[in-house]
Ligand binder design. Structure first.
Ligand SMILES: C[S@@+](CC[C@H](N)C(=O)[O-])C[C@H]1O[C@@H](n2cnc3c(N)ncnc32)[C@H](O)[C@@H]1O
Ligand code: SF4
Length: 444
């Protein structure tokens, strides 16, 4: 199989099939989920030739739009985590940070014009991620969401998610979030075993994780995601199965089941822990998928499982290559201007101090060229177990479907892509070797 650089998922969602109805089926995010390929062309600024722009057409209009809001503080930095998160020192600058977020939103809305103007498109979802957004009070989240509503139209059925750490789930905060309009809670459980939580440097116990779910239900949340990790140091298949079974008894609507990744330059990677062998980790994932299926959780993305159709709409928009505005320290956005045919990635300053202090909060704006669009579309869409309808490629990138053909035929021949000419979907083998499949769409 082809060697490919690391695929790192941050957090996202969207599908042509349901675009008009605004009901996503199939996101991404892990929180997060923008997607980058380390060391690839995606990190380089790519000026787009005028001729390229002229060829892009968006017959279905601009892609669906969502909003990602990043809260960069945590009680303590977990040793495995390489998200833009910082241990909070002193009082949380709630007031100033909410002001900065709304000023950032104003600035980003002001930068766009024309038919694809994000201010003229309803937000299908809002995701308040981190870091640990549950450090913020209900009043701060209410002021934030009121500010968003004053600036943007929100779909009537918009999904509004907030991420919470069980070490900081306060019943008053939860009731405030619910009143503020948050209708989905994503709780970072990670494990329900005390020794594993300790090894992961988590600030909470298994009992606190269970209490967090009970408090969320009591506050009226009927759409809850729980994050669980497997492949933990010293964990065997039986322990991983027991952990997952314990999580399932909490009956969340959605489960994100992530393999622990040793991210470079994290304390855990430096400690070189004794992790299960790759074959054992694969076996844990396979047994996990089967256990989740028998408990009614259908896998719809590599790490995402939903029961009763409660998919994460926000992440679906990332995976279906929708548009999103990103505000907050280190947040990323992707926006399409259907008039000029340009697709742009924007990144905000990562340091919370710099983000708070400066008037210009963006650090980078990069225009994606055709090859970037092909690769990024594949990187997202192929994570979905059902893939996407082929016409969604044109709807989301403005490029003709023929552009996919050489890579598509090669990957079908390699057995990594399903032969169905109407859909772009990984085979079971392709999902297993996703990096190799995505690498097939890398154009030099
Ligand atoms: C922003 S965190 C969730 C909310 C909160 N910060 C917390 O940790 O409880 C998003 C999720 O990403 C996952 N994650 C973070 N680092 C990871 C890693 N190195 N490998 C696998 N999953 C990871 C965890 O499951 C975590 O809950
Ligand atoms: S609480 Fe979440 S975001 Fe914060 S350091 Fe831990 S995993 Fe990262």
């Amino acid at each position: 199989m082809i060697a490919v650089s690391t695929v790192r998922i941050i957090d996202y969602d969207c599908d042509y099939d349901n675009h008009n109805e605004g009901i996503p089926v199939s996101e991404l995010s892990r929180q997060s989920t923008s997607v980058t390929i380390s060391g690839s062309r995606l990190s380089a600024a790519a000026p787009m030739p005028a001729a390229t722009a002229a060829r892009r057409r968006f017959p279905a209009g601009p892609p669906p739009l969502s909003l990602y809001i990043h809260m960069p503080w945590c009680l303590r930095k977990c040793p495995y985590c390489d998200f833009n998160s910082h241990q909070v020192v002193g009082p949380l600058p709630e007031q100033d940070y909410v002001d900065a977020l709304l000023a950032d939103l104003d600035a980003q809305l002001g930068q766009a014009t024309g038919r694809g103007h994000p201010g003229r498109r309803p937000l299908r979802s809002v995701f308040i991620g981190g870091g640990t957004p549950s450090l913020f009070s209900g009043a701060a989240v209410a002021r934030l969401l009121d500010g968003v509503l004053a600036r943007c139209e929100l779909s009537t059925d918009a999904e509004i998610t907030l991420e919470a750490n069980p070490g900081r789930v306060d019943a008053l905060h939860l009731a405030g979030y619910r009143r503020a309009g948050v209708n989905r809670l994503s709780i970072g459980v990670q494990s329900l075993s005390a020794p594993h939580l300790k090894a992961l440097g988590r600030v909470h116990s298994p009992a606190q994780a269970r209490e967090a779910v009970a408090k969320a239900r009591a506050a009226g949340f009927d759409n809850i995601n729980l994050d669980l990790m497997f492949g933990l140091p010293g964990q065997g298949p039986a322990a991983a199965a027991a952990d997952l079974d314990a999580l399932i008894t909490l009956a969340p609507e959605h489960i994100s089941y992530y393999e622990l990744t040793l991210e470079p330059d994290t304390a855990l990677a430096r400690a070189a822990p004794d992790r299960p062998a790759p074959d054992t980790v694969d076996a844990m994932q396979e047994q996990g998928i089967a256990r989740l299926a028998s408990a009614g959780y259908a896998r719809y993305e590599v790490s995402a499982f939903a029961r009763d159709g409660r998919h994460c709409r926000h992440n679906l928009n990332y995976w279906r290559f929708g548009d999103y505005i990103g505000i907050g320290a280190g947040a990323q956005g992707k926006l399409t201007d259907v008039v000029t045919g340009q697709v742009e990635r924007r990144t905000c300053k990562g340091s919370p101090g710099a983000y708070l202090a400066s008037a210009d909060r963006q650090s980078e704006r990069v225009r994606l060229d055709d090859a970037d669009l092909v690769l990024e579309f594949a990187l997202n869409a192929l994570r979905l177990t059902a893939g996407v309808a082929v016409p969604s490629f044109t709807a989301r990138t403005g490029l003709p479907a023929a552009r996919l053909e050489p890579a598509r035929s090669r990957m079908v021949a390699a057995g990594l892509l399903a032969p169905d000419p109407a859909r772009l979907a990984a085979t079971p083998l392709g999902l297993r070797f996703l990096n190799d499949l995505v690498a097939g769409f890398f154009e030099t």
